[in-house]
Design a protein around this ligand. Sequence first.
Ligand SMILES: [Zn+2]
Length: 385
Amino acid sequence: MQYGMWAYPWDLVDEGSESVADDLLEMGIDRLYLAANYHTVEAFCPHNPVTKTVFADAGAYFQPQHDYGEIAPVPPSTMGEDDWVATVVDDLEDSALEVNAWVVGCHNSVLGTEHEEYAITTPFGDPLAFGLCPSQPAVRDYLTRLLTEVTGRFSFGDVLLETFHYFHGSGWGWHHDKFHADIGDLGEFLLGLCFCDECRERAAADGVDVDAAQSTCQETIVRLAEGELGSEGSPSKWVADHPTVDAYASVREGTLEEFYQELNETVDADLGSFIGMLGVDTSWMHGMNLERLREHVDFFTVMSYREEAADAVEAYETAAARTDPTPVRAGVLPGHPLIHDGDSVEAHVAELKAAGPDEITFYNYGLLPERNLDWIGKAIAALED
Ligand SMILES: [Zn+2]
């Protein structure tokens, strides 16, 4: 049983990587997941000695040196000429803490706005700035080269992939996005169902009536907005009643399987994928078919971020049942807005451990107050001493 911790590089750089590593090892943490490429973020950093708020545009937390094609990673201006990943990886070269990479893929509003032609495209034909579409060969080429650079240049252990898939609805939106129409989960899902040229072509090649699927999506979104359809219906049920849209959405599962297979063959590292951003059973809304993807990854990490330990265990068990025999690691958010005391952290860790993941991973070092980090240390000590 191992324990992991996600971290942003600035918290290690500002506090001193070796000192942070020593503290984490002391707490019982074996493995760090360092953000190497990330979405736009404004982070409140309660124990950072240099700054309490970091804003960074989406991009690479290293200075790219490899050749890229049409799409290339852009470091955030916040990093300037520094190379956060190189600094942390070098600092921790001799540390007992294993350093793994945590890489965000398609969710990138900098590249989504720079390359509108490759962005997720709504059924109405509008690009959504928050993300790139993984059906696009240029996007897959970019992500493959990105992983090749991350794993080739830095001595990482595993690589955990986040958002190497399609999105749900408006995704994480845009800062100050405006919705004054309640389109519910179904409308969100349909609005984010990509109808870019590549998604359309792939579905047509599979025999799907793409125009019919697209007009059904358009009409349904408008009817939801106008209150002619209830917004409370579940996307799963609606899709089951609309086989053309179901077939269109399902084509994405084959596309992602192909993409993961390519990554697995090309990238020289153990690859893992997040699951359960919306819930494990709704992974299909991201185009993820877990039974098919499990062949092509070395592990999954389920986001079992829940208030109650029993619910976190249920999320883990649902994931483990669907991905067996591929190992599943369990992610825990031991803080606001879900968990507010040390006893609850202890319950989560104890009950999850009993359920059988090979690792519990905590989110995340710089965002959690020191009090919460203490709770993690005590929870691990209570089980492992
Ligand atoms: Zn697309």
